[in-house]
Write a protein that binds this ligand. Structure first.
Ligand code: HEC
Ligand code: HEC
Ligand code: HEC
Ligand code: HEC
Ligand code: HEC
Ligand code: HEC
Ligand code: HEC
Length: 446
């Protein structure tokens, strides 16, 4: 019993850490399935799954009186009173395909939004309005993931069906906080309702702004990236590493872990992992992604896993894709990879370097380490928490880490096209300003 004592504690910690600590990342899910679909990667930019063009009629007008015919070159929102910028804060969220043996990360996506009242000057609004989110083609998770069968054993809470660790479901209200709205911990899976057997890692959310009377003022179609693609099976298959053969990749890993470390399991956490499944790795190895403190003296999970596998995978994007999603998903889809051939190690360094991160998830590469001109300086150590021009989040204009626009994944462009008629970053001043101020770039102005 004592070994489970930390869990409620950890959970309340987890529930307290709103925006930051639980931000879960570009990764995880001990996927045992090899995903063979390349369908989504080849679908054209602005087509919905049903082939309908998504961007034409999307922004429904706000309160301003409609003016006849758009000005040539004016953005689609030129007659709207409000616009909403929406984004997922991390590059990609990864969760386990199957929770019966072990868990690295639960289903847990975050959506952020900023509502801007168009004007001269524009105003960022957080009171008086409501922002809601939903996934029109992803309305339930039960049956798409077995997380809810193991939530009690893994996280010490028995969650209602389709509800995640912070109480959010697949549709609901976003919470106002400071200068933005956020829905944290959405238990999203990679399986659409219309095709529940085919992973679709670029799920589409509808983010909708309404006023107190319920009138719709603005909306945005935002990608929530989510994947279980993780190829531990490249090596930990039956008969693979150390010849272990237990019938599944997850149990092969647990058997190997017991073989190597069982003598060192700390008090309160003893007993073979194989004998007490499902196992949460963060029970012993600290993970800032979960706000889990781990056991003092043991390496954090990032350090343990990257150090142990250094030299066993190539120090290239392909090497990282052994565990991060992945050769099929291609979570790294930003302009720097697409147009300038940059890969994971250009920004993060090699496996040894990642293993030495003193504060995983909270200490990450910075844009301004390379883009040294003063106008690109971050005002927070983390890109995802930094704001620039007029208090707008960097991610609001550029999109999230690993998706820095223009991204090679067509769905990422939909929201930008809805706002300005072309892909990102947001460069059309009149998306927010009613009258275009002088200046060629938002970085030329404060
Ligand atoms: C490229 C091959 C490869 C991939 C991919 C891989 N591993 Fe390993 N892993 C190894 C090898 C080889 C060892 C054994 C190292 C040794 O014997 O020192 C190992 C060891 C381990 C260990 C035991 C560590 C210990 O205590 O000694 C764990 C746990 C582990 N891997 C987990 C994982 C997980 C989880 C994944 C997927 C996220 C994964 N591995 C992906 C090759 C791989
Ligand atoms: C009961 C506590 C416990 C749990 C749960 C646990 N580990 Fe470990 N792990 C340890 C201990 C103890 C070591 C040895 C640490 C050392 O040698 O410094 C270790 C070592 C490792 C190593 C090798 C680190 C190295 O540098 O040699 C990896 C990789 C690893 N664990 C991965 C995992 C993964 C993945 C999970 C979840 C499937 C997991 N662990 C769950 C206790 C645990
Ligand atoms: C053997 C599997 C494996 C490989 C290979 C791997 N990772 Fe990871 N990575 C993980 C796991 C598991 C986590 C989650 C750790 C946690 O939850 O704290 C992670 C987390 C991370 C994080 C976030 C935590 C942190 O340390 O800031 C970064 C960044 C990262 N990996 C970068 C890389 C890069 C870059 C490569 C390739 C050079 C790579 N990883 C290769 C398994 C792997
Ligand atoms: C490791 C260094 C490095 C880091 C970190 C980095 N960049 Fe870059 N970035 C580059 C290089 C090199 C280019 C290629 C063009 C150039 O030299 O400006 C580039 C290009 C770009 C471009 C495209 C410019 C164009 O000409 O189309 C954008 C936008 C961009 N980066 C934004 C960012 C943002 C936002 C971040 C932080 C999330 C970031 N970069 C982090 C090195 C980096
Ligand atoms: C152009 C630079 C760049 C490249 C290339 C890059 N990353 Fe990142 N990565 C970042 C930045 C910047 C952050 C931190 C963003 C922040 O501070 O919010 C980050 C964060 C992460 C995180 C933590 C979760 C998150 O999204 O914040 C993981 C995991 C990660 N990267 C893995 C990878 C892997 C794996 C690859 C290759 C497939 C990769 N990165 C390629 C710049 C890069
Ligand atoms: C209001 C929208 C907006 C905001 C907010 C914004 N940017 Fe930009 N950013 C742009 C546009 C448009 C460009 C392309 C024009 C240019 O280069 O100035 C750009 C260019 C860049 C580049 C140039 C890449 C290159 O080499 O040409 C970097 C780096 C960058 N932004 C980083 C950031 C960072 C970091 C933040 C937050 C601190 C941020 N931006 C906030 C719109 C924005
Ligand atoms: C995503 C929304 C957005 C976009 C796009 C945008 N701005 Fe702004 N801008 C703002 C906000 C918000 C403020 C802050 C207004 C305030 O001071 O309260 C602001 C303020 C300014 C200011 C100073 C205050 C004023 O109105 O004179 C200037 C100048 C400016 N922007 C120029 C530009 C230019 C030039 C562009 C296009 C290249 C641009 N902006 C694009 C949101 C935006």
């Amino acid at each position: 019993m004592s070994e489970r004592k930390w869990r409620p504690l950890f959970l309340s910690y987890l529930l307290r850490q709103r925006a930051l600590v639980i931000s879960i990342g570009a990764l995880i899910g001990l996927a045992t399935l090899l995903f063979v679909s390349t369908l989504l990667l080849t679908s054209p930019p602005v087509l919905a799954q049903d082939g309908n063009q998504l961007f034409l009629p999307i922004i429904s007008g706000g309160g301003a009186a409609p003016t006849p015919g758009p000005t040539p070159g004016a953005p689609p929102v030129a007659n709207d009173e409000y616009v909403v910028l929406g984004w997922n804060d991390l590059g990609m969220h990864c969760y386990n395909r199957d929770f019966q043996n072990l868990a690295v990360l639960p289903p847990y996506n975050n959506l952020w939004a900023q509502v801007i009242k168009r004007g001269d000057p524009p105003q960022i609004i957080t009171d008086t309005l409501n922002v809601s989110y939903s996934f029109p083609d992803n309305t339930y998770s039960m049956g798409k993931s077995n997380f809810w069968e193991f939530d009690q054993q893994l996280f010490g809470v028995d969650l209602p069906d389709n509800v995640g660790l912070t109480g959010k479901g697949l549709a609901g209200e976003m919470d106002a906080g400071g200068n933005h709205f956020v829905a944290e911990g959405i238990p999203l899976t990679e399986f659409s309702d219309s095709n529940p057997n085919q992973p679709e890692p670029y799920q589409l959310a509808d983010v909708v702004v309404t006023d107190a009377s319920g009138k719709k003022l603005a909306s945005s179609t935002v990608v929530a990236p989510v994947s279980t693609e993780m190829h531990c099976d490249n090596c930990h298959y039956d008969g693979g590493v150390e010849g272990i053969r237990t019938g599944s990749v997850e149990t092969n890993i647990l058997r190997l872990h017991d073989k190597e470390n069982a003598d060192d399991y700390p008090s309160g956490h003893t007993g073979n992992l194989m004998g007490r499944r499902p196992v949460l790795c963060a029970e012993c190895h600290a993970s800032n992604a979960l706000g889990a403190p781990g056991v003092a003296g043991l390496p954090n999970l990032s350090r343990a896993i990257h150090k142990k596998h250094a030299g066993k995978v190539q120090n290239t994007t392909e090497g990282c894709y052994n565990c991060h999603p992945g050769p099929t998903t291609k979570c790294l889809r930003d302009v720097m990879s697409a147009e300038f051939n940059m890969g994971c190690t250009d920004c993060h360094g090699d496996m040894e370097k990642v293993a030495k991160n003193p504060s995983p998830w909270l200490n990450e590469p910075r844009c301004d380490a390379c883009h040294k001109e003063p106008q690109y300086a971050q005002n927070n150590p983390l890109f995802r928490l930094s704001t620039g021009h007029g208090g707008v989040y960097c991610e609001g204009c550029h999109d999230s880490t690993h998706a820095i626009a223009p991204s090679s994944q067509g769905r990422d462009a939909i929201k930008f096209i809805e706002l300005q008629g072309h892909g990102g970053p947001i460069d059309a001043c009149t998306v927010c300003h009613v009258t275009a101020p002088a200046g060629g770039s938002p970085h030329d102005a404060p």
